[in-house]
Design a binder for this molecule. Sequence first.
Ligand SMILES: O=C(O)CCC(=O)C(=O)O
Ligand SMILES: [Fe+2]
Length: 180
Amino acid sequence: MARSLKLEETGFLNQFGDLPVMQVRFNFYPPSSRTEVFGVKPHSDRSGITVLLQYREVEGLQVLKDGAWYTVPVIPDALVVNLGDQMQYHYVKYDWVGGEFADNDKWDIQSPVHRVWTNANKLRLSFALFSKPEAEKEIGPVYCFIDETRSRLYRNVRNFTAFNYECFQKGKVALEEVRI
Ligand SMILES: O=C(O)CCC(=O)C(=O)O
Ligand SMILES: [Fe+2]
């Protein structure tokens, strides 16, 4: 990712610390004849990067974009790669300078909100691999070249995963809580 953004290659990696965490979650969604049942309620991942395998051909995952929900198609043996909140930390805000906004596209690092529906007849399985910085590592924007055109969006935090989980349980959005 760093390379494709033409940035120093180890910049993102350094944020993960010496003891980064790889956590695997096996998601099991039994069929439910009730309509409109969430397997997982809307959330963004608390990881840096998530790699997901949607097992067999059972859809259910949806991503929110511009106010609409889109179903993520299941392509056999394909992995879904998703950016989590700990990558969105590197997103910086471009300020209005000299009458125009600087180009924000290449910094559009966002952790999408997604949810999972259960199916009426089929059970669904998915396997998610979450790659996270080491817990005690303080995270903050790596490539936040703060100057007159760019300002940071989030304050630094330690133990973001635990903080995010606490917020999730209280129905709060972690990134909103650390927004400056
Ligand atoms: O089951 C899925 O497709 C996604 C699960 C998910 O969003 C998660 O485990 O964080
Ligand atoms: Fe997720």
